[in-house]
Design a protein around this ligand. Structure first.
Ligand code: NAI
Length: 325
């Protein structure tokens, strides 16, 4: 096996690219930039102008519009950063763009992280696009919550697959210590070792190496806990606030223990995670546990995705405002 072109050490990783500038991609990009890497943050091209863009006389061809999602993500992160946490210049190291116009620039990255929606078909498409331009030796990882990392790269070249693994960061990446690294059957041990080194030494994370099983380790336990708490909350007629108080500080856990955490994670993302275990499980009892909770489906159908859409289980995600159940 050859890992020709692979950065020699964690310190030699100078530039990174993150595809998908949502909740996680934006947070990961900021964390990498704070570690001194140059970061290219890409998302999709918007297909419609906002009212504000129309008012400004912009068109769909303007770079500002085409890169709107990634630009907004950097601004969002800048607002969310407690000034004392990151160095003053982190955001200057991020260049925002879109996958359509900036695809070729991925050839300059030492490490490319895919952080698009939790759908195997979309991830496979994005990884194939990355494979078409990436330099041999470049590290590629997926931030999937628990889809099969191996299935994502099936059909791509052996060289690509050797340099690919999952690096599963937790939300929010600037605070959460854990990264699960999930090598596939094709990942070169030197690649897994380098990803572990960069996460530990450059990004200050604690790494657990997990197997490529549905939802890996932490989310399998975590999503199960969330589903059971949701079921009990409904069964006992508790409010969301009461359940958060009971499962949070009362148990020595943070205030964001359950429903505030779900609003942070994204309700649509939890549905994808739950579907992933159920659809891949051969155990009927497990499939029943990981059924879609109707209340979650209802909220997602109503566009209440959590913090990213302004409301989720809580009517207003930030501050007071009451809850849904
Ligand atoms: P999100 O919904 O906030 O963001 C996804 C982003 O991907 C959106 O900005 C979307 O426009 C973009 N996107 C979709 N298709 C694309 C494409 N073809 N090319 C480029 N960009 C595309 O989702 P979130 O929460 O950031 O999740 C991203 C990944 O991270 C998922 O795999 C998720 O399971 C995983 N994850 C999520 C966590 C969470 O707490 N939300 C925690 C850990 C992992």
């Amino acid at each position: 096996m050859s890992t020709k072109g692979l950065p020699k050490t964690a310190a030699s990783i100078r530039s990174a690219a993150v595809i998908g500038s949502g909740v996680m991609g934006a947070g990961i990009a900021a964390h990498l930039a704070n570690a001194g890497m140059r970061v290219l943050l890409l998302d999709v091209v918007p297909r419609q102008l906002t009212a504000e863009e129309e008012r400004q006389g912009l068109t769909l061809a303007d770079a500002k519009v085409r890169s709107r999602l990634a630009l907004a993500a950097v601004a969002r992160m800048a607002k969310a950063q407690p000034a004392q946490l990151y160095d003053a210049a982190w955001s200057t190291r991020i260049k925002a763009g879109n996958l359509e116009d900036d695809l070729a620039a991925l050839g300059d990255a030492d490490w490319i992280i895919e952080a698009v929606v939790e759908r195997l078909d979309v991830k496979r498409e994005v990884l194939a696009a990355i494979a078409s331009v990436r330099r041999p030796g470049t590290l590629v990882s997926t931030n999937t919550s628990g889809l099969s990392a191996g299935a994502m790269v099936a059909g791509l070249s052996e060289e690509f697959r050797r340099h690919f693994a999952a690096t599963h960061f937790f939300n929010p990446p600037r605070y959460m210590k854990l990264v699960e690294i999930v090598p596939t059957a094709s990942t070169d041990p030197a690649v897994a070792g380098l990803l572990k080194e960069v996460c530990e030494k450059r990004l200050g994370k604690g790494v657990v190496i997990a197997k490529d099983t549905p939802n890996f380790i932490a989310n399998r336990i975590g999503s199960y806990g969330m589903l059971v708490t949701l079921e009990d909350t409904l069964a006992f007629g508790l409010t969301v606030e009461e359940a958060d108080a009971l499962t949070g500080p009362a148990m020595g856990r943070p205030k964001t223990a359950t429903f505030r955490m779900l609003d942070l994670v994204g309700l649509d993302t939890l549905l994808h995670v739950v579907d992933n275990v159920r659809e891949r499980s051969e155990d009927a009892a497990e499939r029943a546990v990981f059924a879609r909770p109707p209340v979650l489906e209802k909220l997602v159908a109503a566009g209440r995705l959590g913090e990213k859409s302004g409301a989720g289980f809580y009517r207003k995600v930030k501050g007071a405002g009451g809850s849904v159940i």
